[in-house]
Structure formats: structure tokens, C-alpha cells
Design a protein around this ligand. Structure first.
Ligand SMILES: Cc1ncc(C[n+]2csc(CCOP(=O)(O)OP(=O)(O)O)c2C)c(N)n1
Ligand SMILES: [Mg+2]
Length: 274
């Protein structure tokens, strides 16, 4: 496996937030709040946790990452570009006719394992991949990022039931628990609390963390599985729109895209202090 240039997670996160903001501005696309919400999770995964080789995206022993909330495509593509899977220049073509980068996460893009966007499919697929790896005695892990509103889909709960039965301790779920879905607060649409108790009752090993604290993310992700023989779930408390003052915890930025002035303000917000 070739060695790759790695940026520290904070610097990586600032870069991908800025890319994502420019991408939705250029393409008039939605889901910037959703994307900013998982920027820190993706940054920690790609700067230290995932055993992958961007020079050989199909390396059989690579860890698999499924971003089930495929509407957050801009931040996924930005992370893949910054990690070296394809040129950063591709990002400017996001969502344009003929572009390699389609609106939702697509497996035609180097580094993407599974096309997602229709919510509720990432975890069932991840269970299958983890089961196959165990049966074939392969060492790779399977990581799945779920959104909270996505957990309204019943298919997730079949998979949550399935994974402990098959002792899939090579499977790690990260729930991007930002408390907002497309048209309202999660607690008003379909309340998920108490979250850890639900997963524990299904015989997963759970951990609650601040999903924007890079140290907590690194520590949690570096010690999976939490218990041998059990799948792990990290319930990451996050903020929709994290990093941009006027987007944080705001429902409208699920669909809205920034105009020129808003983009320039947002880019200042996400810049790291020098
Ligand atoms: C099966 C399915 N139904 C509906 C949608 C439309 N949709 C796109 S994003 C979204 C919900 C977003 O809320 P959440 O899952 O909490 O994700 P967040 O953006 O907060 O990360 C919905 C319902 C979809 N993509 N798939
Ligand atoms: Mg949400």
C-alpha cells in the first residue's frame, strides 16, 4: 500500500467544508446543512481510521465506508478528493450535465462503495458486506454513516436485529444525530429517544459522543469493536449546518443554497484561525 499525504483532521474538515459550500453555491444544490453535520466524522475517518488506498480504490482488504445519507454528497465527494481519490478540480463540476459527480452519492465515483440517497438501504447492505467478510475470514471493517431521520425507515431496524445475531463485530454504525430532518425536528416527526437504549436492547455495543469533537471521534473510532462479538454503534451528537453561524440548527438550510454574499460569509466562518 502506497503512503499518502495526510492532513490533520481539523485542517481536512475546514477544507472539505469550504469545498462543499462552493459546490452547492455553483450548482444551486440542496443539503449543505446535512453535509456540514458529518464533516468532522468524515474527516476523522479519512485522516486516520479507514484502512484504504486511494491509489487502489478496489484493494480487496480495504475498509468499506457506506454513507447511507447519500443526500450529503458534496461533503463525501470533497473528502474523497482531498484524500486523493480524484482531482479536486472535479468538484467544480458537481451536478452539472455530464459530470462524474452526480447529485447523490454514486458508486461510479472512485472511493464510493455503494450508491445511496434512497434512505434506509446503507445498513442492510453493510450487514451483508460484514457477514461476507466474516465468512471469508477477511480482516476489513464495514463503517456505515446513518442520519437520524433516516432511522424512520423500517429496513434499518431489520438490519439492527440481524447484525448481533451474526456477531458482526466488524460492523460499525455512526449515527449523525443532528435532531433535524427535512421538514421538522426529529422529536416532533418520529422521536428516536432514548437512542442508546434502543441499540443496546437490540444487543449492539453503543457509545454516545460529541460528533464535532475530533478527539472524541478519534478515540471512539480507534477502539472498535467496543465488545468482541458485537456490532458497534457510535451515536454522534451533531449540529445540522455545523461551522456556518447562520446555518447551524436551521431547518431551511436542508434545502437552501447560499448566494454569493452568503457564500463569502460562510467561507469566513469555516476558515481555520491561523
Ligand atoms: C426513502 C427516502 N425517502 C425520502 C427521501 C427524501 N429525503 C431526503 S433527505 C431526507 C431526510 C433528511 O433528514 P435526516 O435523515 O435526519 O438527514 P440529515 O439531512 O439531517 O443528515 C428525506 C426524507 C429520501 N431521500 N429517501
Ligand atoms: Mg437529521
Amino acid at each position: 500500500m502506497k503512503s499518502q499525504r495526510r492532513l490533520p483532521a481539523a485542517q481536512f474538515a475546514a477544507k472539505i467544508r469550504a469545498h462543499a459550500l462552493r459546490m452547492v453555491h455553483i450548482s444551486n444544490a440542496s443539503h449543505i446543512g446535512s453535509s456540514l453535520s458529518m464533516a468532522d466524522i468524515l474527516s476523522v475517518l479519512y485522516t486516520g481510521v479507514l484502512r484504504v488506498d486511494p491509489g487502489d480504490p478496489d484493494w480487496p482488504e480495504r475498509d468499506r465506508l457506506i454513507v447511507s445519507k447519500g443526500h450529503g454528497a458534496v461533503i463525501v465527494y470533497a473528502a474523497l478528493a482531498e484524500r486523493g481519490y480524484f482531482p479536486v478540480e472535479w468538484l467544480a463540476e458537481y451536478c452539472k450535465d455530464g459530470s462524474k459527480l452526480m447529485g447523490h452519492v454514486s458508486h461510479h465515483v472512485p472511493g464510493v462503495e455503494v450508491s445511496t440517497g434512497s434512505l434506509g438501504h446503507g445498513l442492510p447492505i453493510g450487514c451483508g458486506m460484514a457477514l461476507a467478510a466474516n465468512r471469508e475470514r477477511k480482516p476489513h471493517r464495514v463503517f456505515v454513516i446513518l442520519s437520524d431521520g433516516e432511522l424512520d425507515e423500517g429496513s434499518n431496524w431489520e438490519a439492527v436485529l440481524f447484525a448481533p445475531q451474526h456477531e458482526l463485530d466488524n460492523l460499525v454504525v455512526i449515527v449523525d444525530y443532528n435532531k433535524i430532518q427535512s421538514f421538522g425536528a426529529v422529536k416532533d416527526v418520529l422521536d428516536l429517544d432514548p437512542m442508546p437504549a434502543k441499540w443496546d436492547a437490540f444487543r449492539w455495543s453503543s457509545l454516545e459522543i460529541d460528533g464535532h469533537d475530533l478527539g472524541q471521534l478519534e478515540s471512539a473510532l480507534s477502539r472498535v469493536p467496543f465488545e468482541p462479538g458485537k456490532p458497534s454503534v457510535i451515536i454522534a451528537h451533531t449540529v445540522k449546518g455545523k461551522g456556518v453561524s447562520f446555518m447551524e440548527n436551521s431547518l431551511v438550510w436542508h434545502y437552501r443554497f447560499p448566494d454569493k454574499d452568503q457564500l463569502s460569509k460562510a467561507l469566513q466562518d469555516v476558515e481555520l484561525p491561523s
